[in-house]
Design a protein around this ligand. Sequence first.
Ligand SMILES: NCCC[C@H](NC(=O)CCC(=O)O)C(=O)O
Ligand SMILES: NC(=O)OP(=O)(O)O
Length: 316
Amino acid sequence: MKHFTSVKDIPDLKKAVETALEIKKNRFDYKHFGKNKTMVLIFFNPSLRTRLSTQKAAMNLGMNTMVMNVSEDGWQLESELGVVMDSDKPEHLKEAIPVIGKYCDVIGVRSFARFQNKEDDYAEKILNQFIDYAGVPVVSMEGATRHPLQSYADLVTIEEFKTKERPKVVLTWAPHPRALPQAVANSFVEWMRETDYELVVTHPEGYELAPEFMGDVKVEYDQKKAFENADFIYAKNWASYTNYGQILSKDFGWTVNEEKMALTSNGKFMHCLPVRRNVVVSDDVLDSSSSIVVEQAANREITAQAVLKMILEETS
Ligand SMILES: NCCC[C@H](NC(=O)CCC(=O)O)C(=O)O
Ligand SMILES: NC(=O)OP(=O)(O)O
């Protein structure tokens, strides 16, 4: 693997799950793998899990890590091509990225959708400049349209907790006070479509995800119907794709609660975190034994380590 930006970079998904579960059994078996290698983690947006789990994963492999929050620590970076740089941004990505690439062996980058322009976001304008100019492998730590490190951990978590060969997995939209990207939802659907699970997506009208991610996945507009006999409920808010970046509903009728979880087949509750309590999901669900959000987050370290191991195997 050279870069990791989507499920398509994983040559064999079944094997990738096995690799992750193997790493989980003894994550320090590979502590000389990344000796004298350095990973730089660049954040254009906040993070708790991705920052810590990816650093931990790199350290488990014996790598060094350096972290930079672009919005606070560095020069503001211009990303538009051909602009006259006489405004607030002193440095262009075209210089910054190859310079960062000279100091390290792998770059992780987080750059959320900016909701200014749908075409720019869906062209992954920032992430692709990293791929074009870095000169070293690039790992997406959540781009504008996908969050593959998250989805890989989600898949491993479902594999660990499933009680039947082909579980019913439901992605449900939930309300939120802010307009959030579609990345986690897009990516989850993209990864789930690579499995033979039964996948159902439920959301209010107007929240349809991009067709390139959804393909022929079933949308059930009745959330309660979608929950029936589900083995996993994956909750996430996203802003509208068609009315790009708009909040069309804040209906708390879509909040995941105990009454809805009772419709499932003893279903497990998942969320990528951070999660807004009593907006996205009620306290009683999040505090119940059906919630596996912490185990899910813990797997971020394991799958990040699997990704870095695959990259190091290919490039060293
Ligand atoms: N990395 C996981 C989710 C990150 C981001 N959530 C957020 O920005 C939540 C912020 C808030 O709750 O205000 C998202 O939805 O893509
Ligand atoms: N789930 C996730 O990516 O969390 P952070 O935004 O805290 O990194």
